[in-house]
Write a protein that binds this ligand. Sequence first.
Ligand code: VGL
Ligand code: ZN
Length: 198
Amino acid sequence: MRALIVVDVQNDFCPGGALAVPRGDEVVPYINGLRDQFGLVVFTQDWHPRDHASFASNNPGAKVGEVRKLNGSDQVMWPDHCVQQTRGAEFHPALAIRPDDPVFRKGAMRDVDSYSGFLDNDRTHETGLRAYLQRQGVDAVTVVGLAQDYCVKYTALDARRFGLEVTVPRAGTRAVNLRPDDEARAYRELEAAGVRIA
Ligand code: VGL
Ligand code: ZN
């Protein structure tokens, strides 16, 4: 069975939000139109505590966009975003999501960021998404949402590592593009890992 994984379609990643992805809201109608083609639809939600270590505001002297070391790994300094229980962390109001759709939250531990919907960046804690998809008999996934060069990319790469067939439709995602070629590079990385770009 093929599942649709909808990554981080939250207010803070849409125009007007704290970490706005250019034209990020354009994915909403596309995703809404896609969901009925799938036997299973799951959502991820970036869900940070206010003191999260990825926020520039929590790292003295750090500027947004700068890269610092966090526990030995490169960490982009982000604006405060998707803080738990805030409007910015809520799903885009037009996103079609039903009360019993499974939601996998990530990034809740203060000292580690989590781009992939499967695992945090230090690759020690799983969100439960892998086990859930396995229980449901999922062998292929389509990954959509925000942002193409971060959470969508890492979610798709982990899905490949876990042996799933993975498709990323261009119409279902938008990139942050901190550097202008990040989106193109992410697509190349995905293709090299065997992800189908549609
Ligand atoms: C994301 C940066 C920081 C994303 C989440 O959803 O792509 N990007 N946190
Ligand atoms: Zn985040």
